[in-house]
Write a protein that binds this ligand. Structure first.
Ligand code: FES
Length: 122
């Protein structure tokens, strides 16, 4: 998503039903003059947000748009060197940055719509 507009609940990203469960999508959000690529993950009915930057070398996780999950949908995958991250907390459980974590972003779900709130955990 390019250039979302800030609203009362935060920056609107998508409808909840536009996210598969499990599933993930990438968005670009603007805060002031800064732009941030984020990943929105839906897992077991909950929604989680992360900065799209691998803690290993800082690259985006995906090679193809919105292809963030492992084949079985159980983890996030960095395609650069194969790091795998838990969906619910972004902790790396396998790969060169094992034990580190994706940076969280604050999201909210209001009236079945997902909003970006802020950088950092909720
Ligand atoms: S940059 Fe992600 S595993 Fe190396």
């Amino acid at each position: 998503m390019k250039g979302p507009t800030a609203a009362g609940h935060g920056v609107p990203l998508c409808r909840l039903d536009e996210l598969a469960d499990p599933g993930a999508r990438g968005f670009e959000v603007a805060i002031g003059d800064s732009r941030h690529d984020i990943i929105v993950v839906r897992h077991s009915g909950a929604v989680f947000g992360y900065i799209n930057s691998c803690p290993h070398q800082g690259t985006p996780l995906e090679t193809f748009p919105d292809r963030f999950l492992t084949r079985d949908g159980s983890q996030l995958l960095c395609t650069t060197h194969g790091a795998r991250f838990q969906l619910g907390d972004g902790v790396c459980v396998a790969g060169p940055c094992k034990g580190r974590a994706l940076a969280r972003v604050s999201l909210s779900v209001i009236a079945a719509h997902v909003y970006f709130g802020a950088l950092g955990a909720a």
